[in-house]
Design a protein around this ligand. Sequence first.
Ligand code: GLN
Length: 470
Amino acid sequence: MTNFALTIGDLHKDLISKKYSVNEIVEFYFQNIKKTDKRLNSFLTLNEKAAIARSIELDKLLAKKGKEIFIDYPLFGVGVSHKDLFLTKGLRTTAASKVLENYIPQYSSTVVNRLDSAGTITLGKLNCDAWAHGSSGENSDFGATKNPWNNEYVPGGSSSGSGTALAANFSMITTGTDTCGSVRLPANFCGVYGLKPTYGSVSRYGVVAMASSLDSIGHFARSARDIEKVLKVTNGKDDYDSTLDEQNVNLTKNKLRIGLPKEFFGDGLDPEVRKTVESAVKVYEKMDYDITEVTLPSTKYAISVYYIVQPAEVSSNLGRYDGIRYGDDRQSFGDEAKRRIMLGTYVLSSGYYDAYYLKAMKVRSIIINEVDKAFNKVDALIAPVAPTPPFKLGEKTENPLEMYLTDMFAATANLSGIPALAVPHGFTQSGLPLGFQLMAKRFNESVLIKMAKDFENETNYLPKVINNQI
Ligand code: GLN
């Protein structure tokens, strides 16, 4: 019986001590996927042949160079799976939509290339809500993904496969996109870490666009340190994405101040979620962090603003899939994509632009100002990721508005461009994952990572997986 590592640091130790080879861990992932993923449906495409060939190459390199190899390849031997929005040269990329069912990209996204150059092995492409529209994974044109902890529940979306594949131990890290919570929610519902970096810190080049003023590329991992390692590789200037800035992080204070935004703790919050966040606050108090209440009064408008700005941008971005330049016929769009194209076209049309889009953009500015003001007082905010723990498959599919409300606590970070990290923290009485989110100033990912590491050390809590043995 071999116990495979769950984090990058442990993987590198195990490879050096020859507990197993890169090839063995990659073979393990595929065995595990074949055994369990029929039920979970987290993969849309496997990259098995190429991944195994690469693992053999990496084992040869390791035999030649020894642990020096980890300097040039900080993510050496790390099995990664990508949300199926990330273009992968020669490997099918569908955005989980029938429109792109047979699309084979000619090039890879910057993030895929950077991870590749750092030594990762691409294992496959992950299911998600089609075009990243959704909060539960049920909008995929290729069937819903299941929550690995209880298969009757949703894993959260839209990066549903990215959360499931980590909790089911089909990969060591996964990628996702977060336009309004799509990394943080599935991380939270599957019990792993999920980072939505600052808008403009990780290149979006080669990733299917949803709403361009909100889209962030994100990472899933099983420790705060792994999130940091991956972000070090993926962030930073890229000539192909003009929104990218130089990282400008400074972390001079020793004692960090945390704000509790009171609007995130209203009446509708599930008691187990509330207890989880409150117990995390106690842990930080114990570690001598300063805790104060702050206010973000316009939080209640965030989801309304999002559902005007986002469909407007979606209606424009999906225009390119016309069946001539890309993909199959527009008839293949599912109901949710059609709904957003219509909503977006409506709010941008003459006569309605001022009443909806322009007004939403003004409220967006107010939200940004409120967030900036809060960060004059504190270094980070702590809040729930979603108002409830994972919900049952089918529970919200009949009512899109109810589904949209799942993201009421996610929207603030996307509308204001700040980074946010979902941190896992225990399980409900019925065995479903719980956690909380931390938010910081733009480009202050290091604050989030420091806080998550402190929390990990203090609580000794590391995400669990459903299988790590053969
Ligand atoms: N759930 C949100 C939506 O459906 C967010 C999706 C996302 O972050 N990609 O629009």
